[in-house]
Design a protein around this ligand. Structure first.
Ligand SMILES: NC(=O)c1ccc[n+]([C@@H]2O[C@H](COP(=O)([O-])OP(=O)(O)OC[C@H]3O[C@@H](n4cnc5c(N)ncnc54)[C@H](O)[C@@H]3O)[C@@H](O)[C@H]2O)c1
Ligand SMILES: O=c1ccn([C@@H]2O[C@H](COP(=O)(O)OP(=O)(O)O[C@H]3O[C@H](CO)[C@@H](O)[C@H](O)[C@H]3O)[C@@H](O)[C@H]2O)c(=O)[nH]1
Length: 327
């Protein structure tokens, strides 16, 4: 059995990756400190509770499981928090990833799939964002992710570390079987907050900014279903295990939706009104982030199957109605 080390496997995207890895015959070994994750989300393989900043804990996990590759999801990832606490973001995301990569090199594990983000592109009005676009992050979150990408290039050149870097656009939805889903405490992401408002668990959704240079004044994002996203990760893993070398891929559908459009789709998918209030812009937000690349389709054969607003919202709604990890 091939073990794959999944950092952040107790989190939203990492837990969905574990489910798909297990289904495809791998043993996902979760390494997570539970800073934003849930032990209840670790259902598909062994769990090692540990911190990326603890080098000895990382060395122990490589010695025990000898993973063939690493999927590296563990990070702090809230744009607003990163703007308020840049030091925490640089330490966790950058220093933590350095520890991980050094432990990999020492253990002779040379394949890494990285969660990066379109937040590394920053706010490039009117520019089609593909993998060759300039990276000009607006906040410590995006900057720390760009730095990890740079670090991987150096470790590739000097230590033979091969990496597939995925720059995700906005990830949404949940396991259609509602075994796992998105559950953050506190929640900051649009779709789960909107669902709480639709369910009456929150007084209203605050729309952050209505004066952006977009067709309806609210921010535009490219939403991709978490199951489609983790399917790309398996393809990236197999690309590396097949010896095809380091590569960067955007993961988005190429279609952008404004906050107002997502709210309208929520009303249709759930049959409930979404009470809204309208507030100022949120610090660190770009006006529009939409992928302009077909590289993942062309080279990995990736084809999103559930990334419609209807499916993403319906799957999140179903998961929310089961009670999440608060049950
Ligand atoms: N959700 C999105 O829309 C989105 C978009 C782009 C990129 N990403 C990236 O995808 C990855 C996963 O995001 P998510 O939404 O699942 O977040 P999440 O917060 O649900 O999961 C992150 C996991 O990492 C763990 N973690 C954080 N720091 C750690 C450390 N030092 N040591 C061990 N574990 C640690 C947390 O406990 C958590 O379980 C992140 O790297 C994020 O930057 C997410
Ligand atoms: O209560 C809310 C929450 C969000 N938004 C807006 O909704 C959009 C999406 O916000 P959110 O769901 O918080 O996602 P992003 O801030 O776009 O960030 C996500 O997507 C990035 C890539 O775009 C990733 O890097 C991050 O990890 C991930 O959190 C943004 O325009 C927000 O301003 C609101 O209007 N009200």
């Amino acid at each position: 059995m091939k073990h794959v080390l999944v950092t952040g496997g107790a989190g939203y995207i990492g837990s969905h990756a574990c489910k798909l890895l297990a289904r495809r015959g791998y043993v996902p070994v979760t390494f997570d400190n539970l800073v934003t994750g849930w032990s209840d989300a670790v259902k598909f393989g062994p769990f090692v509770q540990g911190d990326l900043l603890d080098r000895a804990a990382l060395e122990a996990v490589f010695a025990r499981y000898a993973p063939v590759a690493v999927m590296h999801f563990a990070a702090l990832s809230q744009v607003g928090e990163a703007t308020r606490e840049p030091g925490r973001y640089w330490r966790n995301n950058m220093a933590g990833s350095l520890n991980l990569v050094e432990a990999m090199v020492e253990a002779g594990c040379t394949a890494l799939v990285l969660s990066s983000t379109c937040a590394t592109y920053g706010d490039q009005d009117g520019v089609v964002l593909d993998e060759t676009s300039a990276q000009m992050p607006l906040n410590a979150y995006g900057a720390s992710k760009r730095a990890v990408e740079d670090m991987l290039r150096d470790f590739g050149a000097s230590h033979g570390l091969e990496s597939v870097v995925f720059r995700y656009f906005n990830v949404a939805g949940a396991d259609p079987e509602a075994e796992i889903g998105e559950w953050h405490m506190p929640e900051t992401h649009l779709i789960p907050l909107m669902i709480e408002a639709a369910a009456g668990a929150r007084a209203a959704l605050t729309v952050h900014g209505t004066d952006y240079p977009t067709p309806d004044g609210t921010c535009v994002r490219d939403y991709v279903h978490v199951m489609d996203l983790v399917d790309a990760h398996i393809r990236g893993l197999e690309w590396l295990l097949g010896g095809r070398g380091s590569r960067v891929f955007n993961l988005g559908t190429g279609t952008g939706f404004s906050v107002r459009e997502v709210i309208a789709a929520c009303k249709v998918a759930t049959g409930c009104d979404v009470p809204c209030s309208f507030g100022p812009r949120r610090a660190g937000d770009a006006a529009a982030l939409v992928s302009g690349s077909r590289r993942a389709a062309a080279e990995l054969g990736w084809s999103p199957q559930r990334s419609t607003l209807r499916d993403m919202i319906s799957d999140s709604w179903r998961w929310y109605r089961t009670g999440g990890y608060s049950r």
